[in-house]
Design a protein around this ligand. Structure first.
Ligand SMILES: [Mg+2]
Length: 302
């Protein structure tokens, strides 16, 4: 296999994960519209088209940088985030301001480290965008974890946000393993072994203990469902849900969405992880209703 064909396969795998992420994001965000609440209970689809939000926009930058550099280049990533930042895509206020200032010439290192009185953001924004990177590194979960760590610092420097991104990338890498998707406990054990001690890690160990629970609402009540938009309130439940549903995108989506909370983000994470595996692609009719990834990502390669 040539270097080019290996790189092309990485891109295709990561793009499949990005498409799953975008369906989770776009369809998940439909359930912030009150008229659609009853549909969610019955697992019925709202009318399309479904527009994606910040999760997909940022994930597209992650993939564009991997395609251009073969790894995470922090300056290129920060500038891609800033250049493609669309204020109307539902970013949080801190990241809106950060990306505007980077676009105006600010230094992302100083700006990201100064957020929240110098603690850095612990929001779920660096976890929500990173599953395609895990798919890119399907053969190397340790490298996926390392590159995800580097990627997080461009916007989210708090340890919990960094570990949240590492965990999601590790999960997507393991889900994309060539031998087919791992068992639920194998996925979470694998992720737990790759992340450092943290609240996210503690949540993942709890998630591992709750794999036999049937009611996602109970599990979300314990682990969080992203309502606080922190990494530790988002990632453990999302990976519990993904681990339970590898190979079944529809089940993964509904299980996650019905738990409520930050639904576009939890569903983006779950969609990106599940679709990283070859058996986990979203249904064709769901994909058809979902807005295509941004034009600046695709024409460069296709
Ligand atoms: Mg969003």
């Amino acid at each position: 296999m040539t270097v080019d064909s290996a790189s092309e396969r990485r891109f295709e795998r990561a793009l499949a994960s990005l498409r799953g992420l975008s369906v989770g994001d776009a369809l998940g965000s439909q359930f912030f519209v009150p008229v659609n609440y009853p549909l969610l209970k019955q697992r019925l689809l709202p009318p399309g088209p479904w527009q994606w939000t910040d999760d997909t926009e940022m994930a597209s930058s992650v993939l564009a940088v991997l395609a251009a550099h073969g790894r995470v280049d922090q300056d290129a990533l920060a500038h891609s985030f800033a250049e493609h930042h669309d204020f109307d895509r539902g970013y949080g206020p801190a990241v809106n301001r950060l990306l505007r200032l980077v676009r105006e010439g600010g230094d992302w290192r100083e700006l990201a480290s100064a957020l929240f009185k110098g603690q850095g953001s612990w929001g779920n924004g660096s976890a929500m965008r990173i599953a395609p990177l895990g798919a890119w590194y399907a053969d190397d979960p340790e490298q996926a974890t390392h590159q995800a760590e580097i990627s997080s610092y461009t916007t989210h420097q708090h340890r919990e946000a960094v570990v949240g991104a590492m965990a999601v990338a590790a999960a997507a890498s393991l889900a994309a393993a060539p031998g087919g998707p791992p068992k639920p406990e194998e996925l979470l054990d694998g992720v737990i072994a790759l992340v450092p001690r943290s609240a996210v890690g503690a949540g993942l160990r709890r998630a591992r203990d709750m794999l036999d629970y049937q009611d996602a609402g109970t599990v979300a009540a314990v682990l969080g469902n992203g309502r606080r938009t922190s990494a530790h309130d988002t990632v453990p439940f999302a990976l519990w849900s993904a681990a339970r549903s590898l190979g079944d995108f529809e089940e993964a989506f509904w299980l996650t969405a019905q738990a409520g909370g930050d639904v576009d983000t939890t569903c983006a994470i779950v969609g990106g992880v599940v679709a990283a595996g070859t058996a986990g692609a979203p249904p064709a009719d769901w994909l058809a209703q979902t807005e295509e990834p941004p034009g600046w990502l695709l024409p460069a390669r296709h």
